[in-house]
Design a protein around this ligand. Structure first.
Ligand SMILES: [Zn+2]
Ligand SMILES: [Zn+2]
Length: 514
């Protein structure tokens, strides 16, 4: 008995290429056989049938869709060896070539009942077929699970068959989340960190309800297709609450008018400006030149390369504004947000439609500590975490740490379909969260020890210095205010100085005339 004699064999069907006339897709499975040398294929390769990859991928996704639910159920039964089918109709058994990295078996016979589809029978036996219907090759689930685990620890690993295992696991995870009541809206933001998200009885109020960070990530962007080449897989991945929906983000697209390029003579001609899309602030020149500095920092990179990316525009204002809008909706009031350009972006928020709510909730921004040192003294005085009461040990460089890890993912996500890229980033973030959760007690313990050390050792050293100089803590507070006033006046000519200079100039003229 052959496998289901319906539908099409479209191989692994995870084409990443553009739309064009497809090779006969049976070749995909045939080629996999050739590469792994599982029973060389003697079948005839058919000629092109004129279907495009786009059609092919849509047909394929449509064919998998109704099976995933049933495959997920079969997967759980296989995984925990319960409720597996016991009765088979031998006339429906079929033999199939398999890939199994653990047993090295190359062919198995799959038994099934007359009403069990081949794709489902394969999962019961611990395999996934390379196509939803009429599979001619299957990969063992244990092999794919091994791959899944490898990927969790080495994000740059890539293989496309893996994708369906992710679909199944996501379904299973969603079921588990539902059973545990972990499927409510914004669950991750509201619950992922017990220390930040849950309040103890009589817990002392903190200065900030929550500290969180924003940054753009160029490395994980997708490279756009060339010319008119469209991506075949046009599904949109929205099953993860790590992402804000495109519609929600676009609500803020018109908020801030893009900054136009205007280079005056003494401006750095290398200044980075995203000509097409503007920059994340609205370009209003407030007190500081910080946004300029921040762009100067970007000048070392290839400033005008961004248009190669699918979602271009550097850190467009709509993205951080959408995140701020969500934070205002979901987080308790009185939070602080760290951003490389937190100083100028505070003005952007205030001038946006979010301004009134931002003010009402008593929220504020700051510049993360490491980036803060590249901002001018006046900015640091107000926005550097060192000068903000209630920041404690936090530097808010959270995302630099995250990106240094997610960069491992970048080489494989840049050329993926938009859908697949999001899936991989989602898997990456889940593992990131798991690792942080696991490390939570150690991290809190270390921070607690560090805080005690600061209080015991550095506070003593400070007391000794104060004593030696004959000044008090109150004096220090007064110096801080003096410094702020000094910085405010810096760059402006004091009237007394103007008169003095004019007087000296007149004296010089007087000497010449004499
Ligand atoms: Zn936390
Ligand atoms: Zn600044």
């Amino acid at each position: 008995m052959d496998v289901d004699n319906i539908g099409v064999d479209v191989g692994f069907g995870d084409d990443e290429g553009g739309e064009g006339v497809a090779e006969n897709t049976e070749d995909v499975s045939v080629d996999i056989r050739d590469v792994i040398q599982v029973g060389r294929w003697h079948g005839r390769r058919k000629y092109k049938d004129g279907q495009t990859w786009k059609h092919r991928i849509q047909t394929l996704n449509a064919a998998w869709a109704p099976l995933i639910e049933e495959m997920s159920e079969a997967y759980i039964k296989w995984k925990y060896s319960f409720g597996l089918p016991q009765t088979f109709d031998e006339s429906y058994s079929f033999s199939i070539s398999v890939v199994d990295a653990l047993t090295l078996v190359t062919e198995v016979t799959i038994s099934r009942g007359s009403d069990t589809r081949a794709a489902i029978a394969l999962v019961y036996a611990g395999y996934i077929g390379t196509s939803p219907e009429k599979p001619s090759l299957a990969v063992s689930l244990k092999t794919l699970e091994l791959y899944y685990t490898l990927r969790l620890f080495k994000p740059s690993l890539s293989i496309e068959a893996f994708a369906k295992t992710i679909s199944i696991r996501r379904k299973v995870d969603a079921q588990v989340a539902k059973e545990l009541g972990h499927d409510s809206a914004n669950y991750h933001v509201l619950n992922s960190c017990p220390a930040c998200c849950y309040k103890l009885e009589d817990e002392p109020e903190l200065k900030f309800s929550r500290m969180w960070a924003v940054d753009g990530n160029n490395s994980l962007k997708r490279v756009a297709g060339i010319g008119s080449r469209e991506v075949s897989d046009n599904r949109v991945f929205e099953e993860s609450d790590y992402y804000l929906s495109k519609d929600f983000v676009n609500t803020f697209a018109g908020e801030i008018k893009a900054r136009t390029v205007s280079l005056v003579a003494d401006e750095d001609p290398d200044e980075w400006v995203d000509e097409e899309h503007g920059d994340p602030t609205d370009g209003t020149k407030d007190a500081s030149q910080c946004t300029e500095n921040w762009k100067a920092a970007a000048a070392d990179q290839h400033k005008k390369m961004w248009s190669i990316f699918d979602e271009s525009g550097g850190e467009l204002a709509k993205y951080p504004l959408a995140v701020v809008a969500m934070a205002l909706k979901v987080l308790p009031p009185g939070w602080i947000m760290g951003y490389d350009i937190g100083c100028s972006f505070e003005g952007t928020i205030q001038r946006s439609s979010l301004g009134p709510e931002f003010a009402k909730q008593g929220c504020r921004t700051c510049v993360n500590a490491f980036h803060g040192y590249s901002h001018n003294a006046k900015c640091q005085h107000k926005y550097h975490p060192l000068n903000i009461l209630g920041m404690g040990l936090e530097d808010l460089e959270t995302l630099e740490r995250l990106f240094s890890s997610s960069n491992q993912l970048a080489p494989i996500t840049r050329y993926m379909t938009a859908y697949r890229r999001r899936v991989f980033i989602d898997v990456f973030l889940q593992q990131w969260d798991r690792e942080k959760y696991q490390n939570l007690a150690t991290m809190l313990h270390n921070n607690y020890i560090q805080a005690l050390d600061v209080l015991e050792e550095e506070a003593q050293a400070l007391q000794a210095d104060l004593l030696a100089k004959g000044i008090s803590v109150e004096d220090l507070e007064a110096y801080f205010i003096d410094e702020a006033n000094h910085l405010k006046e810096m760059g402006k000519e004091v009237e007394g100085d103007l008169h003095a200079v004019a007087y000296v100039e007149l004296l010089q003229r007087y000497r010449e005339v004499k």
